[in-house]
Design a binder for this molecule. Structure first.
Ligand code: FMN
Length: 358
């Protein structure tokens, strides 16, 4: 069966699947394998300096001639760091000790130079430029368009999708509340933006004229069939790809995903200061239980504060102190290669659609 439409044809896809950009968790091998399987592979570049972007995307180009997507967070205003860091440092101190690290230091806003990141993405040879967390500055959208790149923005509400369409994107990702990782909300309070994929997709399809890509909680062909039925032109899947052989996450993270219950994920600010969905673990619970003022710092300070802990936990295989981003479809996660997963999901999509057709 063929699942082609204007979006898949424009992107040269033989299957309506986008392997979600997952900064720090995807890999050049996964992006290339997704492309070779007929899907769109995506490289999350937000946690990379420009030269790392150049290196990663050159690895993708060496491994495949297929088009691919590069992704960046839209720039966010950086708030002032709270002046009293006592409670925040106290929260992570015991974990530093348990992991054999020196006591935590005051976090800096840090980050990479946005302009040079953008330049590296524009030079990457990717066919698609996607972004999340807001609207990219108009000059960035114009520069990507000048390169002939297809532009995709992420929205968690109908209003955000309309704003992205007005900004000139070619397609919108509808990020449902089931999604793993950070919430992409940028207009209004994130709690009011927690709309499930099944409600979000058709309302977004009705509100914008560009193609809508369904994302959140889709982890097998049944979910893909549902999303296509709701009017989505494609799906963007994150969590289901995390347990794939090519994923760039620690083995202990992969092991935790397999068989995890969807009731064991929730939205937390514990690791980065921004709301994100992940599997509940010791650090998440301790951070959320702490009720002293400024225990959780705003993004990007909380992210910088917990980075040494997360890095050491990854090296030492300690899942209890890692950010285990995962969506509510986590229980469907399988150990496979990227190619096997895409093939399996397409066979399941066909079977699911056949079950409901007369
Ligand atoms: C580990 C992880 C990292 C993510 N990083 C990014 C990112 O860098 N950029 C982005 O646009 N979306 C990112 N997302 C969100 C995905 O694009 C997508 O919306 C989400 O994975 C869909 O939900 P699912 O995980 O249930 O499939 C990330 C998701 C996960 C699970």
């Amino acid at each position: 069966m063929k699942y082609t439409n204007a979006l898949t044809e424009r992107l040269g896809l033989t299957v309506p699947i986008i392997q979600a950009p997952m900064a720090g968790s995807d890999s050049p091998g996964m992006v290339a394998a997704a492309g070779e399987a007929g899907a769109l592979g995506s490289m999350g570049c937000s946690y990379m300096a420009a030269d790392q972007v150049r290196d990663a995307t050159s690895q993708v180009r060496t491994a495949t001639n297929r088009g691919f997507n590069v992704n960046l967070f839209a720039p966010l205003p950086i708030p002032d760091r709270p002046s009293d860091l006592h409670n925040a440092l106290n929260l992570v101190a015991p974990y530093h000790e348990a992991l054999g690290l020196a006591p935590p230091e005051a976090p800096q806003s840090g980050g990479f130079d946005f302009d040079s990141q953008v330049e590296a993405l524009l030079d990457s040879g990717a066919s698609v430029f996607s972004f999340a967390f807001g609207v990219m500055p108009p000059e960035v959208i114009a520069a990507a368009r000048d390169r002939g790149m297809f532009i995709i923005g992420m929205a968690t509400t109908v209003e955000e999708a309309v704003a992205l369409e007005q900004a000139g994107v070619d397609a919108v990702v509808a990020q449902g509340s089931e999604s793993g990782g950070h919430r992409g909300s940028f207009l209004g309070d994130f709690t009011a933006s927690m709309v499930g994929t099944i409600a979000l997709v058709p309302q977004m399809v009705d509100a914008v004229s560009v193609p809508v890509i369904a994302s959140g909680g889709i982890a097998d062909g049944r979910g893909i069939a549902a999303a296509l039925t709701l009017g989505a032109s494609a799906v963007q899947i994150g969590t289901a790809f995390l347990a794939c052989e090519e994923a760039g996450i620690p083995q202990v993270y992969k092991d935790t995903l397999i068989g995890a219950s969807p009731s064991r994920t929730r939205i937390t600010r514990a690791f980065s200061g921004r709301p994100a969905r992940g599997i509940i673990n010791d650090f998440m619970e301790a951070a959320e239980a702490a009720n002293a003022p400024d225990t959780l710092l705003p993004f990007p300070y909380q992210n910088a504060l917990t980075r040494p802990m997360r890095k050491a936990a990854a090296q030492q295989g300690k899942a209890e102190y890692l950010s285990l981003w995962a969506g509510q479809g986590v229980g469907l996660t399988r150990r496979m290669t990227t190619q096997e997963l895409i093939d399996a999901m397409m066979a399941e999509t066909e079977a699911a659609l056949a079950r409901v057709s007369v």
